[in-house]
Design a protein around this ligand. Structure first.
Ligand code: GDG
Length: 502
């Protein structure tokens, strides 16, 4: 087993060297720790989702302040009079500062413009974006509110602001206009669509203007960078240099770079080996009757981009074609239901229920059901146990920036066993080429891939898993963070020199 090149310690060294005296400010919609009042006592939880899973280890190493929307019912009681709290609560390493939003603001900015307009706009999942002018106004106002907190937190000192995702596309420009010395970088965790798609957005110029307030803008893969550069080229009057992957606009430069996000491989590998996980595997096996079964697994935020109906159809088709596996293969679909206030998610919930009824209704026998659906926020130990129990894990995204579930499955399999079925439309497919890569829309091929996963000899499972583990071990979250921070800070320094044309 080779040691990973990038560790917490190497990240720490790089951050000290590159960031130096700059204060690091991370800004995101979602908070990394959420507080609830349970029977008069303050409890905290770690919300599920890819962004927090990736950035929290970075902040624990780097320190600084993370500014996010305080959405927990107990958050108000947890913070001090500056809306700050030290986190992680058990072993404080950095400051969390919370921004309060009214219900109306949350509706317009989060459920509205972010998740009913930008999310479907950026994912090729054939859900029509809803462009509501009131939502857009609220989105602008909330971005301004975040900017106010960021500038107050910085207080005129040298700082680097690292903004997360599509909820805060206007923030970098607001920061840049207020103080051009602040280094600004942003990571866009979802795909960037091509220009033909993006141009349906009525506020495309304002969004691009906001994002071009960044010294550096990161995407997961090169295709998303190319789409972004092409969109800017056709929309704005800035100059785009495709060779150097940068934009020169309003006298400023924005570097556009791919940084494939990842997971804390070593930590997941270590956690997966724990005795608690083994106990949980036994408990789950008893509770769900998994003994002697070939287990398939899906873990997702229940979202229409993740292709959950497509995988249920493929499981139905697999059992239809191979009835010898009835009673022998069981598929566990776990994951938390999200964004329930948005119509498209309510429709997805209905579609899932209907397919469950169809597939389970048709194939169930005795106490056995082909699909076990667990749509709740499961604790980490349960997710880990499920990953270890699963002969195969399915990631069937219709479109996905990266997909951390795929990498978490690989990192958990210290036994070097298990098969990953992976959509080519997830960024992860560019790295995890030893997965069974399958188009989720092609039900026939998808059903065949399930057969292949179930029947794959141990030797082949092992060699594919070893390859994938080497890739995730090497390209871990620390590498992502280190390369990104180096490019951000060095790029920003270069960009502040006079531009000599290109
Ligand atoms: C966005 C981009 C990109 C899921 N259910 C539960 C739970 N999870 C955890 C998973 C994983 C995370 O949520 C989901 O991460 P993904 O990467 O799959 O997806 P998004 O939330 O859509 O994230 C994505 C990511 O940002 C990072 O850049 O990869 O492409 O869409 O960590 O394990 N966690 C818990 N309970 C659950 O029930 N605790």
């Amino acid at each position: 087993m080779t040691a990973p090149t990038w560790t917490r310690e190497s990240l720490q060294r790089i951050v000290k060297r590159e960031i130096g005296d700059y204060r690091l400010i991370v800004v995101s919609n979602r908070q990394p720790y959420i507080h609830e009042m349970v029977e008069g006592r303050l409890r905290y939880a770690v919300p599920s989702g890819g962004v927090t899973a990736a950035i929290d280890p970075l902040m624990q190493e780097c320190g600084g302040t993370w500014i996010a929307y305080g959405g927990g019912k107990g958050d108000w009681y947890a913070v001090d009079d500056k809306n700050r709290i030290q986190v992680p609560p058990d072993d404080p390493a950095y400051t969390l500062r919370l921004v309060w939003l009214t219900e109306e603001e949350e509706r317009g900015y989060y459920y509205g413009f972010s998740n009913s307009a930008l999310w479907p706009l950026c994912h090729n999942a054939y859900t029509e974006p809803v462009f509501d002018a009131r939502d857009w106004e609220t989105y602008k106002a909330v971005n301004q509110e975040f900017a106010r907190h960021v500038l107050d937190e910085i207080g005129g000192r040298p700082a680097a602001v690292f903004t997360q995702d599509y909820h805060l596309a206007l923030l970098p420009r607001l920061i840049r206009d207020a103080d051009p010395d602040i280094i600004t970088g942003q990571f866009w965790h979802i795909p960037w669509p091509n220009h033909e798609i993006f141009r349906i957005c009525p506020w495309q110029d304002e969004l691009l203007d906001g994002l071009l307030g960044n010294d550096m803008l990161g995407f997961h893969i090169g295709d998303h960078c190319t789409n972004f550069l092409d969109t800017v080229d056709r929309t704005m009057d800035g100059q785009v240099d495709f060779d150097y992957s940068l934009v020169n606009y309003r006298g400023d430069r924005t570097l556009v770079r791919p940084f494939p996000i990842s997971v804390d491989f070593e930590q997941i590998d270590e956690d997966a080996r724990s005795g608690y996980v083994t106990e949980e595997m036994e408990r789950l096996s008893d509770e769900l009757n998994l003994g002697g079964m070939l287990v398939g697994l899906g873990i997702d935020r229940i979202d229409y981009t993740k292709g959950i109906p497509h995988r249920f159809r493929a499981i139905g088709r697999f059992l239809e074609k191979h009835p010898e596996y009835i009673g022998k293969v069981v598929f566990v679909q776990a994951g938390v239901f999200s964004r329930s206030e948005v119509d498209a998610y309510q429709q997805l919930a209905q579609q899932i229920d209907q397919l469950l009824e169809e597939v389970n209704g048709r194939f169930s026998q005795g106490g056995w059901r082909p699909i076990i659906y667990m749509p709740s926020d499961l604790p980490n130990v349960t997710l880990m146990a499920l990953r270890r129990l699963a002969r195969f894990c399915v990631v069937s995204s219709l479109h996905d920036g990266m997909n951390l579930v795929a990498k978490e499955y690989v990192a958990s399999r210290f036994d070097e066993d298990g098969v990953l079925i992976l959509s080519p439309f997830a960024g992860a497919a560019q790295e995890l080429t030893d997965a069974l890569i399958v188009n989720p829309y092609a039900t026939e091929g998808f059903a065949d891939a399930i057969l292949e996963a179930v029947e794959m000899p141990h030797e082949e499972r092992h060699s594919r898993m070893v390859q994938m583990r080497n890739i995730v071990r090497e390209n871990n979250i620390y590498k992502w963070a280190a390369l990104l921070l180096v490019d951000l800070v060095q790029g920003a320094r270069r960009a502040r020199r006079p531009v000599s044309g290109f």
